[in-house]
Design a protein around this ligand. Structure first.
Ligand code: ADP
Ligand code: ZN
Length: 281
């Protein structure tokens, strides 16, 4: 029986698991992300040493990442900047390491065994502290010069946007993440997204931006399914609003992708396990 390790590396937490199958993650464990990479990585290495021999390890990480060096690059977490995440795991654990972004991992898992269930064309967005998007096209993850950066799509102002709100992206101000991430909502409305009532205008504005993202991605990649995850999407009313707004923006010109919540409990972690399976091949 094969045994793989899986890591979903995030800015607040690292999720770890082992197992043979992305749908049956074992020993799922959470480790807080320390400002010091060495501290976090010592705990990660200890977990996998205790877990026993692995056929391969998969890492689905926050980004942006550089695939040539296996590093996270321009993160505001300074000590993690250019930290050789992949090489440290290879050296410490002596295994092959599959390495991709958290959202590419999640897209892969949702396409293979989640909301897509064998669908070859799927886009996954997470809407949380940041916004990120990953894409599977023709059954394969999209890579080019680097990886997709769909969180930084440029969007136009929603009709009901708060006047004067400049957006919170440190690089672009009013890109998708700057306007629609959890921190953007908090900055604009003065309270955390989870504290905004269901009938607050915030949700119409939020649905507008996320619908723009879905339509733009549909125009470029033509996915069959767009899965929307992350903390902000925990709002039950948001999905229907987004679907409605997507239909308005598309205006009957092309068939609409299915817009769904993720089907998996841990899309990124299941994706990391698939990355491990592929690294072992
Ligand atoms: P992270 O992106 O850090 O991995 P999350 O996906 O949980 O973690 O995103 C955190 C963001 O999501 C915060 O800005 C928070 O305000 C927002 N959030 C968390 N839970 C909810 C909820 N139930 N409804 C709306 N927003 C939420
Ligand atoms: Zn941006």
């Amino acid at each position: 029986m094969a045994r793989f390790g899986a890591i979903e590396a995030g800015g607040t937490k690292f999720m770890l698991a082992v197992g043979e199958d992305p749908l049956r993650l074992e020993e799922v464990t959470r480790i807080a992300t320390s400002p010091e990479p060495a501290e976090t990585m010592a705990a990660v290495v200890e977990y996998f040493r205790k877990a026993g021999p692995l056929d391969a390890l998969g890492v689905a990480t926050f980004g942006p990442v550089d695939f040539a060096s296996g590093c996270i690059t321009t993160t505001p977490k300074l000590a993690w900047r250019n930290y050789p995440l992949r090489a440290v795991l290879e050296q410490e654990l002596r295994v092959r390491v599959g390495f991709d972004t958290d959202v590419n991992g999640a897209a892969l898992a949702e396409a293979r065994c989640g909301a897509g269930q064998g669908i070859e064309d799927l886009v996954y967005f997470t809407v949380g502290t940041g916004i990120g998007g990953g894409a599977v096209v023709g059954g394969r993850l999209v890579h080019g010069l680097m990886h997709s950066e769909m969180g930084h799509l440029l969007v136009r102002r929603a009709a009901e946007e708060a006047p004067g709100f400049a957006g919170v992206c440190p690089y672009h101000g009013d890109c998708l993440e700057g306007m629609a991430s959890g921190p953007a909502m908090e900055a604009r409305w003065g309270r955390r997204a989870e504290a905004l009532p269901e009938n607050h205008p915030a949700w119409r504005v939020e649905a507008d931006y996320l619908a723009q993202a879905c339509v733009n991605v549909a125009c470029v990649l033509s996915p069959r399914v767009i899965a929307l995850g992350g903390g902000v999407m925990e709002q039950p009313q948001l999905l229907e609003r987004i679907r409605g707004r997507v239909a308005e923006y598309a205006n009957g010109y092309f068939p609409l992708p299915r817009i769904e919540r993720p089907a998996l409990a841990y899309p990124g972690l299941s994706g990391a396990l698939i990355l491990a399976q592929e690294a072992a091949r």
